[in-house]
Write a new protein. Structure first.
Length: 403
């Protein structure tokens, strides 16, 4: 009987090893391209985009700072406008801003207002051609309420190159093995195997995923060249365009907005927490720094344009139906309106995105709008409040603007 039990255990272990060992081995091979010399891959992705003006995905989209800093360095001679902020601003494309604005989207995943202000201050103090600043004022993510001072930045080319070149992944073998057997990695591997099986040239497909540091060049639906320097979402044109904006091609549009709105207005949601904890009072230190940036931009013949990012249609309305939340949100809006009027700063209030004609299908969650929604917002603003003609913009007086 003991022998039978031993044979059973050995059989189970053999089956377990036969299943997991190939997964472990293949995912370790895949991760070696992105969990090793990450800085080198970021540099290669940036250099490729500078040459081709294509769409690229550099490891990793959860830490976009190194890639964006390299891209800003390359683009600085050609631009006079920088778009800052977090991922909520990544859908803003350069062609949404009229001449004389020539923009690069420097927004980065998880980037707070305090960091954006520090970067803007460095650019205004160390460059002569940057005249226009576009900075989001995220209340939903709590960035406008965060206490403290702006985070100092250093975007000097030499400093940036040294920083990116020194990026190495120091994960131990055990940590890499855990990552290789994680659910996202296994799902990604299953998708890769499926693509290899479905490919017309199986060996070429296998080579691209497992033997190359990047994919081969391919074309997006609009004809733009693309190359991926990571294995996640490869071949989908997920990543950044030449102007710094993100495609969000790996995400599905919202199909059930009401469920997301109910989730967002629950007492435990980040949106409710940010409003109730701050009582809707923006950090006056951040506003003071923004006012100084506005003055600097004006002295250069430019402008500071602030933006309250769009939210899923109906979300702000749902907040305004709840007395405690509506009072805090109204305080935020009134504080910003009074401050912007005094400082002669233009703020686009796009929170109620439905006012601009945005639909739920133009969002991937409660606070990430796609480019089509941002296109409507800026088109409405320029048409109604700041008409542009002959390379000049007729800016309105300071205040909060919405249709």
């Amino acid at each position: 009987m003991a022998r039978a039990h031993k044979l059973y255990v050995l059989t189970i272990l053999a089956l377990f090893a036969a299943t997991l060992l190939p997964i472990l081995a293949l995912n370790l091979i895949l991760s070696s391209h992105t969990l090793g010399d990450t800085g080198k891959e970021v540099e290669r992705a940036s250099d490729w985009q500078q040459r081709t003006r294509g769409v690229t995905y550099a490891p990793t989209l959860s830490d976009t700072g190194p890639f964006k800093m390299l891209r800003l360095e390359d683009r600085l001679p050609d631009i006079n406008t920088v778009i800052f902020g977090s991922s909520t601003a990544l859908s803003i494309r350069h062609d949404m801003l009229p001449p004389p604005m020539r923009a690069f989207n420097f927004a980065q995943t998880g980037h707070p207002l305090s960091a954006a202000i520090g970067e803007a201050e460095w650019l205004m103090g160390h460059t002569s051609n940057i005249r226009y600043l576009v900075i989001p004022m995220d209340w939903a993510l709590g960035f406008v309420y965060q206490p403290g001072n702006p985070t100092p930045a250093n975007l000097d080319a030499g400093v940036v190159r040294h920083y990116v070149g020194a990026i190495r992944n120091s994960a131990s073998l055990l940590a890499r093995m855990r990552d290789a057997l994680s659910y996202p990695r296994i799902v990604n591997l299953a998708g890769i195997v499926r693509k290899i099986v479905q490919a017309s040239d199986h060996l070429a497909a296998f080579r691209q995923y497992f033997l190359q540091d990047s994919s081969d060049d391919y074309r997006c639906a609009d004809g733009t060249p693309a190359r991926d320097f990571d294995t996640f979402d490869r071949g989908t044109c997920t990543g950044f365009r030449f102007d710094g904006s993100a495609t969000f091609a790996n995400l599905e549009p919202v199909s059930d907005p009401q469920r997301l709105i109910l989730s967002a207005t629950a007492s435990s949601s980040q949106y409710v927490t940010n409003l109730t904890r701050s009582q809707g009072r923006p950090n006056p230190v951040l506003l003071s720094h923004l006012a100084a940036l506005a003055w600097q931009a004006e002295n250069r013949g430019g402008k500071l344009l602030l933006l309250m990012p769009p939210l899923l249609p109906g979300l702000e309305t749902a907040f305004m139906r709840q007395p405690q939340l509506s009072a805090a949100l109204a305080r935020t809006r009134q504080t910003l309106r009074d401050w912007a009027t005094r400082q002669n700063i233009v703020v686009i209030d796009a929170g109620a995105s439905e006012r601009f004609g945005c639909s739920s299908s133009e969002f991937v969650d409660q606070h990430h709008a796609l480019s089509s929604c941002y296109g409507k917002i800026f088109s409405t603003f320029w048409h109604q409040y700041a008409p542009a003609a002959d390379g000049k913009i007729a800016w309105p007086t300071g205040g909060l603007y919405q249709p």
